[in-house]
Design a protein around this ligand. Structure first.
Ligand SMILES: Cc1cc2nc3c(=O)[nH]c(=O)nc-3n(C[C@H](O)[C@H](O)[C@H](O)COP(=O)(O)O)c2cc1C
Length: 528
């Protein structure tokens, strides 16, 4: 095992929560001192995007066949819609004097460590260069002006993480949450692009250093502990040109371009330091690689009965904070539809270039026609036997669906255990079902420690799909980052790091907190 993998494994183990102790985090939190959720760079030219909130025609159900959605022209209105539907504000909530923004992409603790950038290679509507998206203002800050247009006339979207923003509340486990959030943001980007009739190409070959160079993250423009770590770069293909991107030309344009602005301080007092996060970030940093263009064969599956538009569903997505523990059972077709959409054979995963490494273990609490208990959904066939071998011998692995690889393992009321395992949170037991996402772990990171992050991204992508599918089915989901890792493994019979559980999720009938007032997402722009 190489040194970097050792560092990643050691981080993974020490950032586990257990029934006896939580992973190391701050002993106290001063909410007045929360890091600013909205990064801004002072000294940049601002490009105001057209007013957000436009409703688009495609139905959520149309996203199953994205090729049938006509591609909208690449212009400032549509680029603005892309950013809004992926990373923009979706509402404000108010309780007494407290007021906080929600966004189309979810985030653990609503801390939003993810930052988004738009890169224009030269097209009619925005000068070639690098722009930082400010979701609060729905505007772009021009960080870099390229001296010339590049031959490729597309846009790219880059994502990075301010680890500190998450670590402020969650301490050492925060690095994991930052990765989950990147996966959710990638999912949010894919759904936003599909609504516009565009596709997203994950530029997985790039190294993190390449991404940092292009987005200016390696520059001396950030307060030391508030720097951004490079994560993902995607090309948004509005016209399905399919031409490969010239990485070196882009990097050269960024290097010879004129850069503007300095990141404003996030204003938090850095009372606690979590050096292990910098250590794991360095150990899991990605070199340039060659990557496959793997894609699962697309398959027909249960059509979504949802008649709302995709933009409605995207903007109404929320995390449920409480569920109705007395809900009538979830219709089986809704359950099967949700599970079908997280299979790699669906359009939601068309940007994912690798065979799936994340499999679901589901606690069914209230689903029509299914006995409460534990079920498994291996997301590809080859994982079935290894999962059977790695889990309890008395799981019965009875296939319960003709169309889905869904297996019954154990019957029984699992509400209490699901709640306990998810850090005693009732959202894991009062729902229709909750689940653990189990990764093919040890072998994946043995030689390539940077794949640690990609495993969490895949979890986030699945989570984002479940969030939107739950809304489309008239119910609601919530990501669960807090769970007792090794107790989950023990329950399933997992004895070593060949498989590890990396994320939980829950779906059910939400109970609204009537004390909270909901305000429009961008009222502050129209009333200004
Ligand atoms: C990676 C991740 C982990 C989360 N973990 C929890 C959790 O353990 N418990 C919980 O109640 N909510 C959890 N959430 C939900 C967030 O608190 C929620 O996304 C955030 O408050 C923003 O609200 P919204 O999703 O309604 O926009 C998690 C969300 C994400 C993305």
């Amino acid at each position: 095992m190489n040194k970097q993998t050792e560092t990643v494994l050691s981080y993974h183990n020490r950032s586990k929560h257990s029934l006896e102790r939580y992973a190391k985090g701050p002993e106290s939190i001063d909410w007045e001192d929360q890091p600013d959720q909205f990064r801004r760079f002072s000294g940049c030219e601002i490009v105001t995007l057209p007013l957000p909130g436009a409703e688009l025609e495609p139905l959520f159900a149309d996203l199953d066949k994205p090729e049938t959605i006509p591609a909208r022209p690449l212009n400032l209105i549509n680029a603005g819609l892309l950013l809004e539907l992926a990373f923009g504000l979706s509402a404000w909530k108010q309780f007494g004097p407290s007021r906080w923004a929600l966004r189309c992409n979810p985030s653990s603790g609503n801390l939003h460590p993810t930052e988004a950038y738009l890169v224009s290679t030269g097209n009619g509507f925005i000068k070639p260069g690098v722009y930082h998206y400010v979701s609060h203002d729905h505007s772009l800050e021009q960080r870099c002006r390229f001296s010339d247009n590049l031959p490729d006339s597309s846009i790219l979207v880059g994502l990075s993480s301010v680890h500190w923003r998450e670590a402020w509340k969650y301490g050492e486990r925060a690095f994991r949450y930052c990765q989950h959030d990147i996966g959710h943001a990638l999912g949010a980007l894919r759904y936003a692009a599909a609504t516009l009739g565009w596709s997203v190409e994950l530029q997985a070959e790039w190294s993190d250093d390449d991404i940092a160079k292009l987005l200016g993250l390696d520059r001396d423009d950030f307060k030391k502990q508030e720097h951004e770590s490079p994560d993902i770069i995607c090309r948004i293909d509005a016209h399905a040109s399919g031409k490969p991107l010239d990485v070196n030309a882009l990097l050269e344009a960024a290097q010879s371009g004129a850069w503007f602005g300095k990141a404003d301080s996030l204003r938090a007092y850095h009372m606690y330091k979590w050096p292990v996060i910098d250590e794991v970030a360095t150990a899991a940093s990605k070199p340039r690689t060659e990557e496959p263009d793997w894609q699962a064969n697309k398959q027909q599956f249960i059509k979504s009965p949802c008649t709302k538009t995709a933009s409605q569903i995207i903007r109404q997505r929320r995390s449920a904070q409480q569920f109705d523990g007395k809900m009538s059972p979830l219709p089986q077709t809704d359950f099967y539809r949700m599970l079908a959409t997280v299979m790699p054979t669906t359009a939601a995963f068309d940007l994912w270039r690798w065979p799936p490494k994340i499999h679901l273990f589901i606690f069914v609490h209230r689903v029509e026609g299914l006995a409460p208990g534990i079920y498994a959904l291996p997301r590809h066939n080859d994982a079935l036997e290894p999962l059977q071998a790695a889990t309890l011998a008395d799981f019965d692995w009875q296939k319960v669906s003709e169309t889905l690889p869904l297996y019954h393992l154990h019957s029984g009321d699992c509400r209490q255990i699901a709640k306990t395992l998810s850090c005693h949170q009732p959202i894991a037991s009062d729902s229709a079902f909750s689940l653990g996402m189990v990764a093919e772990f040890g072998d994946t990171i043995a030689e390539k420690p940077w794949l640690y992050r990609r495993l969490f991204w895949e979890c986030g992508l699945i989570g984002q799909t479940l969030y939107l599918e739950a809304e489309a089915a008239g119910i609601r989901g919530t990501g669960i980052g807090c769970y007792f890792d090794d107790s989950v493994h023990e329950l399933l019979g997992i004895k070593n790091d060949k498989f590890q559980c990396l994320y939980h999720f829950t779906v059910g009938k939400p109970l609204e907190d009537k004390r909270l007032e909901t305000l429009p997402a961008y009222g502050h722009l129209t009333s200004a």
